[in-house]
Design a protein around this ligand. Structure first.
Ligand code: CTP
Ligand code: CA
Length: 225
């Protein structure tokens, strides 16, 4: 006999997920961004929804269909994503920061298209707020999961981010390996908490998302016992 609790173990839980890139405007026609497709975040949203969660995705610009029965909040810049995340996080049970947030934004966005003049030009950048760290610092904080896309020393950098940002869990991704990460349909992750580690080997992002959601759920449950 399969009970509904086994089919929908996330019933009654609210999951909030950031996904995709952010875009930082330079002037009315130009921006700085990155190659994030949003696929991993949307796959996590879909997996969590299938298991019964009420899912909200805060997404930068992506070319993806919103998974069935998930709410999508569309944003453009990191500052907008930060505002939406902090507005929704206090009423969420789980927060998964999958977005590739631009680390810096232009300090003064030009109101008119910048004309070319000299042979060289400088843009002044200022650091964006750290969305996942600010969510983890909330008084009523959800179980907070970060991602770390690294090209070297994956475990060292991921564990550093877990501690520095005061996350409950971090999913580390070696984006230097072929067929993984940005824009790929497949991915592999090593997931760290303060006291354990779990390897999720190379597989499709949809299967990986299911296994990650289950691992997050089990770890989250064990913290509430
Ligand atoms: N993140 C965030 N807000 C930012 C930057 C990153 O919420 N302004 C989140 C990402 O969504 C991810 C985690 O922080 O879950 C790690 O992102 P990453 O870019 O790997 O880490 P950074 O702290 O930005 O460090 P660096 O880019 O220097 O490696
Ligand atoms: Ca970064």
């Amino acid at each position: 006999v399969i009970t509904s609790a086994e089919q929908k173990p996330l019933s009654g839980q609210k999951w909030l997920i950031t996904a995709g890139p952010t875009r930082e405007a330079i002037d009315p026609v130009r921006y700085i961004s990155n190659h994030s497709s949003g696929k991993m975040g949307f796959a996590i949203a879909s997996a969590a929804q299938s298991l019964g969660a009420e899912v909200t995705i805060i997404s930068g610009p992506v070319n993806l269909t919103t998974p069935q029965n998930c709410q999508k909040i569309a944003v453009t810049s990191a500052v907008e994503m930060h505002q939406q995340a902090l507005a929704h996080a206090p009423k969420s049970d789980v927060f998964v920061a999958c977005a590739a947030v631009a680390d810096y934004r232009i300090d003064h966005i030009a109101s008119e298209k910048i004309k070319k003049s000299q042979d060289t030009m400088q843009l002044n950048l200022i650091k964006n707020p750290d969305i996942v760290a600010d969510v983890a610092a909330l008084e009523s904080k959800p179980f907070t999961v970060g991602f770390a896309a690294e090209t070297q020393d994956v475990e060292h950098y991921a564990k550093g981010k877990l501690a520095r940002k005061k996350l409950d869990m971090i999913a580390a991704n070696n984006v230097a390996e072929i067929g993984q990460g940005f824009n790929s349909d497949d991915n592999a992750l090593t997931v760290f908490t303060a006291n354990d580690e779990k390897v999720l080997p190379l597989m499709s992002k949809s299967e990986l998302a299911k296994q990650l959601v289950q691992h997050i759920h089990h770890t989250f449950q064990s913290t509430r016992l």
